[in-house]
Ligand binder design. Structure first.
Ligand SMILES: [Zn+2]
Length: 177
């Protein structure tokens, strides 16, 4: 599935989501399908469960760009460590290593100079991709993907006006229970 196809699938998901009597089933199965083309990056890890569907297009965009950065360098492997939402922001942790290297070697070892330079350039590119996704997330509703901003509704979430109202309503109902 190309990135364009992934985004088309995402749009399709949202039209289904609106009609579905059980949106959570749709959301779960759709995310499985959408992220599948990038499975080599997260290596079967359970990821993105803490991030709402409004941010999925940002993640898919980042995955596509990271894959394009890493794929031309066989022998290097990119692995997502964790993706989550915190204080209204997207947090994306990863590591990049050479096959056969363990994590300790990556941090403290001296790789061959030439390889180090390759890795350094990949790190720079990947950092820029992730920084861009994290910056966009701060301006994107985590629920629906429309323009949003950080709101404090008991805990800080980045939401559009509509979902801010939904959250406030939900908190009020919870407060009464
Ligand atoms: Zn929204």
């Amino acid at each position: 599935m190309s990135h364009q196809e992934a985004i088309a699938a995402y749009d399709q998901l949202f039209s289904e989501l609106v009609k579905s009597p059980d949106p959570y089933d749709v959301v779960e199965s759709a995310w499985e399908e959408l992220k599948a083309p990038y499975a080599s990056l997260y290596d079967g890890m359970d990821l993105g469960d803490e991030v709402g569907p409004g941010w999925w297009p940002l993640l898919l965009q980042a995955f596509a760009e990271i894959k394009a950065t890493v794929d031309p360098h066989p022998g290097y492997r990119f692995t997502v460590r964790q993706i989550k939402e915190k204080f209204g922001g997207l947090r994306f942790y990863y590591h990049l290593h050479k096959d056969g290297e363990d994590e300790e070697e990556i941090r403290f070892g001296d790789a061959e100079e030439e390889n180090e330079e390759v890795r350094m350039r990949m790190h720079e590119r990947i950092s820029a991709i992730i920084d861009a996704a994290e910056a966009k997330a701060y301006a994107t509703c985590e629920v629906c993907g429309e323009p949003g901003e950080a709101r404090d509704t008991g805990w800080v979430k980045t939401l559009c006006d509509h979902h801010n109202e939904v959250m406030i309503g939900r908190n009020k109902r919870r407060g009464r229970e």
